[in-house]
Design a binder for this molecule. Structure first.
Ligand SMILES: CSC[C@H]1O[C@H](OP(=O)(O)O)[C@H](O)[C@@H]1O
Length: 372
């Protein structure tokens, strides 16, 4: 049983307030898109997949209690609300892709006269609700591929893994991406030890990943971000696996700040470095990582801890929430639900898959650029 970041039952949406973890385990209601936007912006819920799921479910909740007079009015409402949700956190691509997908679906249903207003509302809400089980299923599939790939590299011997930030059930619908691979290794009794970094300044590792490890009794050790190179030098790890917020066509990857230097250290120590993400985190429209918008967050996240100042008052700060790891440092591969790819394989092998995915939508009518 994993921790549950998102609860959606009987048309009611609640999220685990991750700002309070690990000290307090409290669910808060999300009753509108505005509630969803604020919770994502404040990082009460975070993690690329979870952001998209909570954002879209907040729309579903609001749709169910709003009256519309026409399909055109409904379609306009959906487009406005989804585009607003995308502004909450710009770096992760998942919310933007989900918005494109559902806006296109809404436009298709509006123009297709065989669907009534009620049909359209039901199909949009159902498609949003399906994000939850789909995410868990996709995470379990990619985790299997990732664990298989790592174990194949180490002759099926148990491995030591290093990970960064939080990519587990608190960042997704319930299983996890990089932490999903670690979970699978643990389930197969092939996880010797997992090291998690504290992940300054928001401390997703110390507060969230360590919480998941302890909750599930995984053999885990917390280290400071600054200890990574010494860990690799003095104790050694078999592989590093991290999540992603946006992977682009050449394999460059935006992920939590600190990932880039983790990859440099892994390269120096000849340790395979993996990125694990569902294809909802893959952006087929950006060729390289130089064009990825990196979110900068409030200085207080660096200068204060639980409201207590831990830095010299008045000092200037720079707080980019993410960095971009060049494809050349992702030496293990990019782990997806379609398999593990070298960064150099993405353009030829993954882009066609991702670009065709939306064609499987039964409501898809080619009314504009693909949402992938
Ligand atoms: C599967 S979560 C992906 C990604 O999201 C996290 O960022 P944040 O906590 O700011 O939302 C982190 O970069 C994870 O690797």
């Amino acid at each position: 049983m994993t921790l549950e970041a998102i609860k959606y039952e009987n048309d009611t949406l609640e999220i685990l307030d991750q700002l309070l973890l690990p000290g307090e385990h409290k669910y808060i209601p999300i009753s509108s898109v505005e509630d969803g936007w604020k919770a994502i912006k404040l990082m009460q819920v975070r993690g690329a997949p979870a952001i998209a799921i909570v954002g879209c479910l907040s729309l579903a909740v609001e749709l169910k209690k709003t009256l519309f007079s026409s399909k055109e009015e409904l379609s306009k409402f959906i487009e406005e609300k989804l585009n607003y949700l995308v502004t909450s956190r710009p770096t992760a691509v998942n919310m933007g892709k989900a918005a494109k997908k559902f806006i296109q679906k809404s436009e298709s249903l509006t123009t297709n006269s065989k669907f009534t207003l009620q049909d359209m509302l039901k199909r949009i809400v159902t498609a949003i609700e399906e994000m939850l089980p789909n995410d868990i299923s996709v995470n379990k599939t990619l985790s299997k591929y990732g664990a298989d790939h790592i174990l194949q590299m180490f002759n099926d011997e148990p491995v030591d893994i290093l990970t960064h930030c939080n990519t587990g059930s608190l960042a997704t619908a319930g299983y996890g991406t990089a932490l999903g691979v670690i979970r699978t290794l643990h389930e197969r009794k092939k996880l010797l030890h997992v090291y998690c970094t504290e992940t300054r300044p928001y401390n997703q590792g110390a507060r969230l990943t360590a919480y998941e490890h302890v909750y599930e009794k995984m053999p885990a050790t917390l280290i400071c971000d600054s200890m990574v190179s010494t860990l690799m030098d003095r104790r050694g790890v078999s592989a590093v696996i991290v999540g992603a917020d946006r992977v682009v066509v050449n394999g460059d990857t935006a992920n939590k700040i600190g990932t880039y230097q983790l990859a440099i250290a892994a390269k120096h120590h000849d340790i395979p470095f993996y990125v694990a993400c569902p294809t909802t985190t893959f952006d087929p429209h950006l060729e390289t990582g130089k064009d990825i918008h990196i979110e900068e967050r409030p200085h207080e996240e660096m200068t204060h801890f639980n409201g207590v100042s831990v830095a010299a008052p008045g000092i200037n700060c720079w707080n980019p929430a993410f960095d971009v790891t060049p494809a050349s440092l992702i030496t293990g591969g990019i782990v997806t639900e379609f398999g593990v790819f070298k960064p150099s394989e993405l353009a030829e092998k993954l882009v066609p898959i991702v670009m065709s995915l939306h064609l499987e939508d039964p409501d898809h009518v080619n009314t504009g650029p693909d949402p992938s």
